[in-house]
Design a protein around this ligand. Structure first.
Ligand code: GDP
Length: 303
């Protein structure tokens, strides 16, 4: 079975670990909206956390490499640079290597492929597009990059508007198109609908690919009740006029979604989700252990 997994950051990484243990041919399509320039290097948090997790090298805190050191960051601080964006030494080396490969003419797709191979990751990891797409938030502090909003400002500013800069000019990467067209199943990992899935579906042609594919398109909801399991998804759904719960997620994805796995605690939403034409399966949606990751991966492949 050919499975394409659309992935954002931390929640997605847990499910990717579960999927990688199933006997399926897995391709990861990663969000690029939170890519960011830091310390002269091009940082791709979602692409990298997918690679680090699949290589068994991710730090349990949810970003970076396990056991990494922070010497470079200390030097940047003593040189007077702002260091609110934390990046370990080996993580920085990966980002600098990518920057150098791209400076010499590689696409982000090719640079990612070299990086995932060097880490020993067997499945393909594909950025959704090779063109820059940046999630930007309009706040009382001004127009902020997602990382400035979430990391520097700790998600505190009110959000008036979200936009995906560059998306209109971006193209779905060739490998992504091929993978979705040839897939038996597309799985939308638990990801922030606004900052992880939104930048992917904002790339012209991506929604068409998902709607046309013969593959069943299934998602694991990141929401339990009116709250996300973690992160700012609730606040950002509200800011974009979407109900901050699994019914809101189903509505946002209904153009291409066949089935949604929803927390048992949200059983009262089931009939409303199904009225949108989306099959709603109730389950324990929390991934606390590798056992949960594997169980949910199986349930999604079977949903
Ligand atoms: P974030 O919002 O910045 O964290 O961006 P991500 O795209 O990385 O979002 C991860 C999403 O996964 C968040 O909306 C979480 O609510 C969700 N999440 C994290 N852990 C779990 C989990 O164990 N189960 C489910 N269903 N969702 C999760």
């Amino acid at each position: 079975m050919k499975v394409v997994a659309m992935a954002g950051g931390t929640g997605s990484a847990k499910l990717l670990r579960g999927l990688s243990r199933l006997p399926v041919d897995l391709t990861v399509v990663a969000n690029v909206g939170d890519n960011f320039w830091a310390y002269g290097a091009y940082v791709c948090p979602d692409v990298d956390i997918a690679c680090y997790t699949l290589a068994g090298k991710a730090d349990p805190r949810g970003w970076g490499l396990e056991g990494d050191t922070f010497e470079a960051l200390g030097s940047f601080a003593s040189l007077g640079l702002e260091t609110w964006f934390r990046l370990g030494d080996r993580d920085l080396a990966v980002c600098m290597a990518r920057t150098e490969m791209m400076r010499r003419g590689s696409s982000l797709t090719d640079a990612t492929d070299r990086i995932r191979r060097s880490l020993g990751v067997r499945c393909r990891v594909l950025p959704v597009t090779d063109q820059p797409v940046e999630t930007r938030l309009e706040t009382p502090l001004g127009d902020l990059h997602l990382q400035e909003f979430w990391v520097r400002e700790r998600g505190r500013p009110a959000v008036r508007k979200v936009r995906y800069e560059g998306a209109a000019r971006a193209k779905v990467a060739g490998g992504v198109k091929k993978a979705i067209e040839g897939a038996d199943r597309v799985i939308i990992c638990p990801a922030n609908p606004v900052t992880s899935v939104g930048p992917m579906t904002a790339v012209p042609g991506f929604i068409g690919l998902l709607s046309r594919t013969e593959a069943r398109v299934v998602a694991l909801s990141p929401m339990v009740g009116r709250r996300p399991v973690s992160g700012p998804a609730g606040k950002l759904l509200r800011a974009t006029g979407v109900r901050p719960d699994s019914l809101g997620v189903a509505g946002a994805y209904s153009r291409f979604l066949d089935a949604l796995l929803v927390s048992e605690r949200d059983a009262p939403l089931k009939s409303s989700v199904e009225e949108l034409g989306v099959k709603c399966a109730l389950t324990d949606t929390l991934m606390r252990t590798p056992g949960d990751e594997a169980r949910l991966a199986r349930e999604l492949v079977e949903a």
